[in-house]
Design a protein around this ligand. Structure first.
Ligand code: AMP
Ligand code: ZN
Length: 463
């Protein structure tokens, strides 16, 4: 099956051909760890997790190397550390751990590697030195700047000309810059800020060079896929290309010598407004996972095509929970049906290979669930197994159906409900209808819905 992806640089859907199918590389810009991730930040995590799973499926688990960095050097981290009177690593390790746990709750696999800026300073300094050596960067007043005029293809990713950029610029104009568009590769730290040694004095790197240097050092150039949210196209990824291409010895100014495919997810909005800290409309993943199962949040994030905007609201979560209830209901009815070895259904692979069409995958999953419900006894094992392997490829449906419906109930509550159901069974056997009704009311008060079936009563927490 041919994988086709929308490439931001080529501005079209293209066939994906890895440089080396035995070593497929992907890099996605990760979090700056100084506070909690909001649900918009989780969109690239979940989208590229689906791509990671698909690539592993197509090329083999061992063949795919997925790197997502942790930005642990940044002005906002410095500000927070200073405000709290602690070292930056107190802040960064706390929020990196929270991030890992929150993303795990959304069933996102851990990337193969998670490079940190603090552990890649030598690589960063080496890439800046190469840029100076190759005539693409210059030192001025303790800063090192990238000389944008020296790279003719600058603007290719974001489709802007240098003149447009200068005209519409909101960039910092500094007396030591040759051109206002030149951006910082290295800068001196202010007193009290963390600093690292370099040939240009003690200081710290700019944001863009962190990613391009970590990519070169940890994955090697060129990588196959570079991803992130579409707000990163300019300036972050534009600057990454300039650095990554120009740092290479004897480079040919070919953008593909840095990353062969560029992918960007659309924005998550709330009431049609971009979710962002400055607008004050953020929903934290950390809070949401206390209210909804991670699987509901994950599937809600996959309900729209990754390049389209996604409006986040309560209705989306309620509908997604219903959808998952339906899929798990089919599995619950087939709880005793054995699982057999089977391939992921073609239609699911086809949908994913068509630029990760997750809305189509959702439709296929519903079709597989109803096929399971309608299947003859003889066909049920295959139908159940197909639903399960298809779910696994997008990171859902991997828990026992029974525990899905009890999701959110802690052990104490489960034990209490089981005891009440036993007591109700006894009351019914003794034809003590008043007692049976009383117990049912008690269950209702616990927000438990009881479903009586031929094999006895089952229960779930009401949505
Ligand atoms: P940041 O911490 O702002 O650098 O963002 C981390 C990642 O989340 C980047 O890939 C951003 O593009 C992405 N991102 C931030 N806000 C949103 C949003 N509202 N919707 C989708 N992606 C977002
Ligand atoms: Zn980056």
């Amino acid at each position: 099956m041919k994988l086709r992806l929308s490439d931001t640089l080529k501005r079209q859907k293209v066939d994906f051909v890895p440089k080396n199918p035995q070593r497929v590389t992907m890099y996605v810009c990760g979090p700056t760890v100084y506070n909690y991730a909001h649900i918009g930040n989780a969109r690239p995590v979940v989208v590229f997790d689906v791509l990671f799973r698909l690539l592993r499926h197509l090329y083999g688990e061992e063949a795919v190397i997925y790197a997502r960095n942790i930005t642990d050097v940044d002005d906002k981290i410095n500000q927070k550390a200073m405000a709290e009177g602690v070292d930056i690593d107190v802040i960064t390790s706390k929020f990196a751990d929270i991030y890992t746990a929150d993303m795990r709750a959304l069933n996102a696999l851990e990337p193969t590697i998670q490079p940190r800026v603090t552990q890649n300073m030598n690589a960063i300094v080496a890439q800046i030195a190469a840029l100076i050596r190759n005539g693409h960067a210059y030192e001025a007043e303790g800063h090192v700047l990238f000389d944008v005029e020296s790279y003719k293809a600058y603007g290719a990713l974001s489709n802007r000309s240098l003149d447009d950029m200068i005209a519409g610029a909101r960039v910092e104009v500094a007396p030591y810059k040759k051109s206002p568009q030149d951006f910082v590769l290295w800068k001196p730290s202010k007193p009290g800020e963390p600093k690292w040694p370099s040939p240009w004095g003690e200081g710290r790197p700019g944001w863009h060079i962190e990613c391009s240097a970590m990519i070169e050092a940890n994955l090697g150039l060129p990588i196959d896929i570079h991803g992130g949210g579409h707000d990163l196209i300019f300036p972050h990824h534009e600057n990454e290309i300039a650095q990554g291409v120009c740092a290479q010895h004897g480079h040919s100014h070919q953008e593909e010598s840095y990353a062969r495919y560029w992918m960007h997810n659309g924005f998550l909005t709330m009431d049609a407004e971009k979710m962002s800290k400055s607008l004050g409309n953020v929903l934290l993943v950390h809070d949401l996972i206390k209210e909804f199962p991670g699987e509901v949040i994950r599937l809600a994030l996959l309900s729209a095509h990754y390049r389209a905007p996604l409006d986040w609201n309560n209705d989306l979560l309620v509908q997604t929970r219903k959808r998952l209830d339906g899929l798990y209901e089919a599995l619950r009815k087939a709880a005793d049906v054995p699982v057999v070895e089977t391939a992921v259904p073609e239609a699911v692979i086809e949908a994913l290979c068509d630029d990760l069409s997750t809305p189509r995958v959702l439709a296929e999953l519903s079709a597989l669930a109803s096929a399971l419900e309608k299947a003859s006894e003889a066909d049920k094992p295959l139908a159940k197994s197909q639903l399960l392997v298809a779910g696994a490829l997008v990171g859902i449906l991997q828990q026992e159906a029974e525990s899905w419906f009890k999701g959110g109930a802690d052990d104490d509550l489960s034990a209490k409900v089981e005891a009440l159901l036993e007591a109700r069974k006894t009351a019914r056997a003794e034809k003590n209808w008043a007692e049976a009704d009383r117990i049912r009311n008690e269950l209702t008060a616990l927000n438990v819905e009881v479903m009586d079936g031929p094999a006895g009563a089952t229960w779930k927490l009401k949505a």
